[in-house]
Design a protein around this ligand. Structure first.
Ligand code: AMP
Ligand code: MG
Length: 347
């Protein structure tokens, strides 16, 4: 077995540390800040950064204890260095740089979205290796991204198409906020949608007329808001109406994602479809893509639920593959690169 890699993730509001050896997750600690940000209805960057600082070292200690390892057993450290909130990223990057120097182990900076996608290769101890081979198609759906990629190897992804406006997770969160569903909106809308009627409200599917792989969710959000406002003008919404609105909205999001993903798989001639990112936890999306893949004769690889949201195991998993390919970074130089300034690693 190769030496274990420690993965650190602090790009947004989760302080997360994972330990992975040969794709096997030995530890996965996530200190969620959801209760801290809930009262603001969204992530406050400065609050996130300060709390990463409080949580990061205890999370690393806890992960090492979970894996029954000491720093001496580690073969390297991987850290999310892009994209994300700059203050939040800096905590993880500076911690990783310092520990790599103190412990004298190699360091590698990883891209957050690439790590989400590579999480499809992770497994629990005792499970067989995941037989997913490159090239494959990946749909990465999160709070900040909604993109389709052709994946050729660890960290080697070509963008095929992406949302022109809101990310799918952002659309879920904004819709939830309008409806008065508590933060974080996505999982709560998903839960309410389970018992709602997705046919009660007709909402636009978006981008049906286009031949490229672009996506859009802002028109859907506006249409949902107009429905909601018309209903609210008649009085407070009853429980059934809230559930039906959630189910109708979710179905419209899923329909668009499934439609564009199917087109991408056919256009690119790819047989394997990975679903990754925080929104990959959505039950409707997992079911919709599974059904489409079965109908089209494609293999479907949803990232296991434990590693859909932000986590350190995905960072360790991709970092291990990059280090094995000789892509270490200088611990004196690795930079945090905020959203909007993301650089591409050569190769
Ligand atoms: P990430 O950006 O990868 O941390 O993912 C967080 C985003 O995923 C947020 O926008 C959440 O609302 C969304 N999300 C998490 N779980 C679900 C779910 N079950 N259904 C829809 N969205 C979700
Ligand atoms: Mg994420």
């Amino acid at each position: 077995m190769n030496a274990a890699i420690l993965g650190i993730e602090t790009s947004c509001d989760d302080t997360a540390v994972g330990i992975v050896a040969d794709g096997v997750v030995l530890a996965n600690r996530v200190a969620s800040q959801i209760p801290l940000h809930a009262r603001f209805g969204g992530v406050v960057p400065e609050v996130a950064a300060r709390n990463h600082l409080l949580s990061i070292l205890p999370a690393i200690e806890a992960a090492l204890a979970d894996a029954h390892l000491t720093p001496r057993d580690l073969g390297g450290i991987a850290v999310t260095h892009q994209p994300g909130l700059i203050g939040a990223l800096l905590v993880g990057v500076q911690t990783a740089r310092t520990l790599a120097l103190c412990w004298n182990v190699p360091l590698v900076g990883v891209d957050h979205i690439q790590a989400h996608v590579w999480a499809a290769k992770l497994r629990w101890p005792g499970d067989a290796a995941v037989p997913l081979q490159v090239p494959f198609l990946a749909l990465a759906v999160s709070g900040g991204h909604t993109s389709l990629y052709r994946v050729m190897g660890p960290g080697q992804m070509t963008l095929l198409g992406r949302t022109l406006d809101d990310a799918a997770g952002e659309a879920f969160d904004k819709f939830a906020r309008l409806l008065g569903v508590p933060y974080p909106g996505g999982p709560n809308v998903d839960a309410l949608a389970q018992s709602g009627d997705p046919t009660r409200f007709v909402l636009p599917r978006g981008m049906r007329g286009r031949s490229d792989l672009a996506m859009s969710f802002s028109g859907l959000k506006t249409a949902a808001r107009l429905h909601m406002e018309a209903l609210q003008a008649q009085g407070p919404l009853d429980e059934t109406t809230v559930r039906d609105l959630c189910a109708s909205f979710q179905q419209a999001v899923v329909a668009q994602l499934v439609h564009v993903t199917q087109r991408a798989a056919i256009q690119e001639g790819l047989q394997d479809v990975v679903l990754a990112g925080g929104v990959a936890a959505n039950q409707g999306l997992r079911a919709g893509l599974a059904q489409m893949c079965a109908a089209q004769g494609l293999r479907f690889w949803p990232v296991p639920l434990a590693w859909c949201g932000d986590n350190g195991a995905m960072v360790a998993g991709l970092g291990a593959a990059l280090l094995a390919a000789g892509q270490a970074d200088d611990p004196h130089e690795l930079d945090a690169v905020p959203t909007g300034l993301v650089k591409k690693r050569a190769g």
